[in-house]
Design a protein around this ligand. Structure first.
Ligand code: HEC
Ligand code: HEC
Length: 256
C-alpha cells in the first residue's frame, strides 16, 4: 500500500467511525454489484467462477487411492446429495464435538472415504470440490441452525465480527452492518454476506472461499489473518452463514 492509499484509508476510517443506521434484513452482495458484474454472474458460460466448479466436478468423479470416487457414494454429479442439507452448513458434528463446515466434511470424505490423496483445507482442490458441491445448491435458501450445541460457536463468531482489527482499528460490523450501500475505496460496501462464496473475486482474478475472503478484509485492516480452516475462521463462518440465513446460495458469485 502506498502512503497515499494508507492516508485515504485512514481518513475513510475516521469517517466510518460516525456510525448511523444499522442493517437488519440480509441483502446479498449481488444487489450492490454493477449491472455488468451481475450479468457476468448470471451467465453460466461467461461466469469465470465456473472454471473452479468444473474442476471440482472432474475431481468428484475421479477415483481416489482406494478406487472409489465421490460419485460412487453420492451419485453421478452428486445427484444423491440433498441440496437442502448443503444450505445448512456449518452443522454440528456429534462425533467430533464441533462445527463441521462444508469444506471440512468434503475433506473427511476425500481423505478417509476415497482414501486420498489427502488434501489440505487451504488447497485449491478442496476449494474446487467445495465450489462444485455448493453450486449444486445454487438458489437454495441458506438455513443454518445455530441453536443448541452450535450456539457457543455462533457467539464466538459474532464476537469476532464485532472485534476491532489491526492498525485501522475497525470492526467488521462497522463497515458491513452500518455502512452497507456507501462507497468505500471506489467499491460499494455490501453487508459482507457469505452467500456468494466460494465465488470469483474480480479484483483478485480467482475463486475464493469464505475464509480466504475474510483474510482479504483482515489484510486490508492491517491485521494478521488466521490460517484457512482455523477454529477462528470456522467460528466466523458459523456466524456469517447464519447471518446470511434467508438469502440464496449464489456460488460462484462474482464479487469485488
Ligand atoms: C464411501 C462412501 C462415501 C464416499 C466415497 C464419499 N462420501 Fe461424502 N459422505 C458419505 C457419508 C456416509 C456422509 C454422511 C456424513 C458422514 O457420516 O460423514 C457423507 C457426507 C458428505 C457431504 C455432506 C452431505 C450432507 O447431506 O450433509 C458432502 C458434501 C460429501 N459427503 C461430499 C463428498 C465428496 C466431495 C466426496 C469425494 C471426495 C465424498 N463425499 C466421498 C459417504 C461418502
Ligand atoms: C473498512 C471497511 C471494512 C471492514 C472493517 C471490513 N470489510 Fe469486509 N469488505 C470491505 C470492502 C470494501 C469489501 C468489498 C465490497 C463489499 O462487498 O463490501 C468487503 C467485502 C467483504 C466480504 C464479501 C462480501 C461479498 O458479497 O462479496 C466479506 C465476506 C467480508 N468483507 C467480510 C469481512 C469480515 C469478516 C470483516 C472483519 C474481519 C470485514 N469484512 C471487515 C470493507 C471492510
Amino acid at each position: 500500500m502506498s502512503t497515499q492509499s494508507i492516508f485515504c484509508f485512514l481518513i475513510s476510517a475516521l469517517m466510518l467511525s460516525f456510525t448511523p443506521a444499522h442493517a437488519e434484513k440480509p441483502v446479498s452482495g449481488y444487489d450492490y454489484l454493477l449491472p455488468e458484474m451481475q450479468e457476468m454472474q448470471d451467465d453460466e458460460f461467461g461466469n469465470p467462477g465456473m472454471i473452479a466448479v468444473d474442476a471440482g466436478a472432474a475431481l468428484f468423479s475421479k477415483p481416489g487411492e482406494n478406487n472409489k470416487s465421490c460419485a460412487s457414494c453420492h451419485g453421478d454429479g452428486g445427484s444423491k446429495l440433498d441440496i437442502k442439507n448443503i444450505a445448512r452448513y456449518p452443522v454440528y458434528s456429534i462425533e467430533l464435538k464441533k462445527p463441521m463446515t462444508l469444506r471440512g466434511q468434503i475433506l473427511i470424505c476425500q481423505n478417509e472415504r476415497i482414501g486420498g490423496p489427502a488434501l489440505e483445507y487451504a488447497s485449491e482442490k478442496a476449494l474446487q470440490l467445495e465450489a462444485f458441491v455448493r453450486r449444486l445448491a445454487v438458489g437454495e435458501t441458506i438455513n443454518v441452525d445455530v441453536s443448541g450445541a452450535m450456539s457457543p460457536y455462533y457467539d464466538a463468531g459474532k464476537k469476532l465480527f464485532h472485534t476491532r482489527w489491526g492498525q485501522v482499528d475497525i470492526a467488521c460490523h462497522q463497515c458491513h452492518d452500518y455502512h452497507a450501500g456507501r462507497t468505500f475505496r471506489g467499491q460499494i460496501l455490501s453487508q459482507g454476506q457469505s452467500n456468494g462464496f466460494p465465488g470469483y473475486r474480480y479484483t483478485a482474478g480467482k475463486v475464493v472461499g469464505t475464509h480466504e475472503r475474510i483474510t482479504g478484509c483482515l489484510t486490508n485492516l492491517r491485521a494478521e489473518p488466521y490460517p484457512i480452516g482455523s477454529e477462528e475462521y470456522i467460528n466466523f463462518e458459523v456466524y456469517m452463514n447464519a447471518r446470511s440465513n434467508g438469502l440464496q446460495i449464489e456460488t460462484p458469485g462474482i464479487r469485488y
